[in-house]
Design a protein around this ligand. Sequence first.
Ligand code: ZN
Length: 306
Amino acid sequence: MVWSFYRFGPLLALCLSLGSAVQASDLAASAGAPVKLLVSSQPLALLLGEILPPSAGLQLDLLVAPGASLHHPSLRPSQRAAIADAQRVIWLGPRLEPGLARYLNAVPEDRLVTLEELADMELLQLGTGHVDSHVWLSPENAIQIARVVPGLMSDLDISLAGLNQNMSDFISGLEADMQLASKRFASLNDNSFIAVHDAFAYLRDYFQLEQLGALIDANDQPVGARTLWGMQQRIKPGADICLLDNARYPAGQSEALAQYAAFHKVSVDLSGANYQPGKGAYRRYLNSIIESLYLCLLANSNAGDP
Ligand SMILES: [Zn+2]
């Protein structure tokens, strides 16, 4: 009985699998019921879905829906029940998702996957003293997370060779995407932007962009008058500025700054609401944000030409 072989652990499972690129149907669960993985947020689900595409044998559920606050989540009883029901609860961890800690503290260690402990991520410290929790926007951190995913599943009845293949396909695809994007950003003559929500520092550093400031801090609080004033000092009078917005916030704060600069505003889908986890979905999500940012900066670059 194949099922019992898999029960003996990852090494034997690895030997038994054929090593080809995994199809969804390869991810067979033991007794017919899918393995339930509960993932804290949609962007993280998109990333994990590259390695663990949802299939008959694997169910990726979401704890916090896209659009709901990741910084200050408030979980309903049904969401708490999903925590109790999942075989694995996968989250970034108490430092990066502090609002979830009180809900996940009671989850037994063998069911809880805390990625900030396992993946070798580089965390950015923001000016406010906060760590930038939007680590999934860092291509490097996304790769570090991807690397640990197959190992996390080693005691579940899932084809590890398939997962390893998915992981290496994902990493090489993402690296190629980022090489292309880096070339495009390097060709710009104006690379400064303002973020509505201070979520884009990983991309700023990765592509060596200049961020003049943010209107809402990384912990979801509107920045104070002194910070706004400081940002205004960095905007050249009459300059075109790229404003990177994400749909969840009202336009009030950006309008308050409109007197200082003509904004090229682009909206990005930061929460990933427009995507379904699966192969290629995280890359489409990240590339779409990067493309929007690039086009916004390109418009400024063109406007700045004599
Ligand atoms: Zn955020």
